[in-house]
Design a binder for this molecule. Structure first.
Ligand code: ZN
Length: 541
């Protein structure tokens, strides 16, 4: 009985006597297959809110083989890629390579043409499908790929229209670090101070951006113009690369390694060097952000160096030097690339070393220099408005430079830029390194008349070291001698090795502050403190 009713229905349709009420007026709907407009005699239709396309025209234009055996009522699609699908109008069961599957919507006949939902055809053809609102166009095209800064976006569709290829703004802008906000007929890309608006009231008419499947889409070329990137297609126009400079904003320590912060997701290559063991990571399309800084020393990480390795192409090199070789893993995600240190690598068999002059010469003398404050913590403020953190960093760097010329010394800074390691971190670093000495750099503040130089120590084992430090320091500053003192400062109380904390002079004393701001003074004091450490070292070696 059902069958008879169906046949009657078909007959009426074929005769053109009736059109289902659900078929909406959609005569303007066009079909674009692989970028070319196809003109089927019966255009795509919206039926029951679904976009339906004529199987024969869409399939053949795409390059599939479509047959309709009117005798048996069977439609066959051979997608020429290993899939043969058989179906019958009005039936929800279809056969893919002989295997039955249930369709959401049965194929239907409209004006003597078999129709299928666009999504279903797309799936069977292995095609990308979409609907462009402004031109009322159904899009079917071969799958194409887009890669952003070297990362292929495997889930991002690329739609081909006669006037260009389109990608969803969301898909490509997010990997570049943009926050994407969609408003009525426009989309806003934001990243820090950068802000772009694409589309206005008449946006959908533009050839650079359109609404596809209700989502803002752009051509990679258009987006590149907007955000200052570069889009390139391969010759066959099957793959596009979109590249934009990414800024590396900082490097910091994690529990199990280091993390490199950036604006978007970075692409990189990496390798290792030995003696000393280093992990070298090259970031592509990358620059160092102005004011970039890093504080990264830990029990495993001896130092981290970074540089703008080249500008053409733009590449940043980060070199992570470890105390001993470790296996490692690099994990890149949006905004951060992590270097995760795994277990230590087995040490290679020792090679016979030349006999050292002194039994101890092979083991370096480890010196931790601790410029006080930093980052959010300015320390005291000088009479010229100058922060303590900058002054002490500058002096400590002079000490470091001087000590580095000594081949038996390993010099480690708790910070080498404007960052704030906590007091606990500073102490932990020195203790983990089993440092031989620890020296903390500060400058004083009190009333405007207070003046002079003082050095602090806390533990009995530190007294000798601190007194040598103070002797050299007072000679260099030529300020009033406030003497060698003891105090419970955290860093000298909790470090396990001989340690001292210097207060070079008073920032709140105009005359002393003026003197301390002189670069020659800073260099002289820094070198004097290095001389103190060398004297202490020579006494014990
Ligand atoms: Zn201080």
């Amino acid at each position: 009985m059902r069958k008879i009713r169906w046949l009657l229905w078909i007959f009426l349709l074929l005769a053109g006597w009736v059109v289902p009420a659900a078929v909406q007026a959609a005569s303007a709907m066009t079909l674009v297959v692989n970028g070319k407009e196809v003109k089927p005699d019966v255009p795509p239709q919206i039926i029951n809110k679904r976009t339906m396309v004529p199987i024969y025209f869409a399939g053949e234009a795409y390059g599939a083989k479509v047959e309709w055996d009117r005798q048996t009522g069977t439609v066959t699609i051979d997608n020429r890629a290993g899939k043969v699908i058989r179906m019958q109008p009005g039936k929800k069961t279809a056969y893919v390579n002989g295997k039955a599957m249930t369709l959401e919507v049965a194929p239907m006949i409209v004006k003597d043409r078999a129709f299928l939902p666009l999504r279903q055809i797309g799936e069977w053809l292995g095609a990308t499908v979409g609907w462009d609102a402004a031109s009322n166009t159904v899009i079917i095209n071969n799958k194409k790929t887009i890669a952003v800064n070297g990362n292929p976006l495997t889930q991002a569709p690329v739609y081909q229209l006669p006037y260009g290829h389109f990608v969803k703004v969301n898909d490509v802008a997010k990997p570049l670090g943009y926050e994407v906000k969609t408003e009525a007929k426009k989309v806003i890309l934001e990243q820090g101070a950068e802000k772009y608006t694409i589309g206005q009231a008449s946006a959908a008419q533009s050839n650079g951006y359109r609404l596809i499947d209700g989502t803002f889409a752009v051509t990679p070329e258009f987006l590149s113009q907007v955000i200052g990137a570069k889009a390139d297609w391969n010759e066959e126009k099957t793959a596009c690369t979109l590249d934009k400079l990414q800024y590396i904003t900082g490097i910091s320590r994690t529990d199990d390694g280091i993390s490199i912060e950036s604006e978007g997701k970075m692409t990189y290559s990496h390798f290792t060097l030995s003696n000393p063991y280093r992990i070298v990571i090259d970031f592509n399309h990358a620059r160092l952000k102005e004011g970039f800084d890093a504080f990264v020393t830990s029990a495993k990480v001896e130092s981290v160096r970074y540089s703008q390795y080249s500008l053409s192409p733009d590449r940043v090199r980060v070199v992570v030097q470890l105390f001993e070789p470790h296996n490692y893993e690099i994990i890149a995600s949006e905004g951060v690339t992590k270097v995760v240190l795994k277990e230590a690598k087995p040490t290679p068999p020792p090679t016979p070393a030349p006999q050292p002059d002194k039994p101890d010469a092979a083991k370096p003398f480890v010196i931790v220099l601790d410029p006080g404050h930093g980052g959010k913590d300015s320390g005291a403020i000088g009479t010229a408005g100058n922060p303590e953190k900058s002054l002490v960093l500058s002096i400590a760097k002079a000490t470091e430079a001087s000590l580095k010329q000594h081949k038996n010394f390993k010099v480690v800074m708790t910070r080498s830029g404007d960052t704030y390691p906590t007091l606990q971190e500073r102490v932990q670093l020195a203790n983990n390194l089993k440092a031989d000495v620890f020296l903390s750099f500060h400058a004083n503040s009190a009333t405007s008349s207070a003046n002079g130089t003082e050095t602090y120590y806390r533990t009995p084992q530190s007294k000798e070291f601190a007194s040598i430090v103070h002797k050299h320091l007072i000679e260099a500053t030529e300020f009033y001698n406030r003497g060698l003192r003891t105090a419970n400062f955290y860093v000298i109380k909790n470090t396990n090795m001989p340690s001292a904390l210097v207060e070079v002079g008073f920032l709140t004393n105009a005359a002393e502050n003026k003197k301390m701001l002189e670069p020659e003074f800073q260099k002289r004091v820094g070198e004097a403190l290095a001389a103190a450490i060398i004297e202490y070292y020579n006494k014990h070696h």
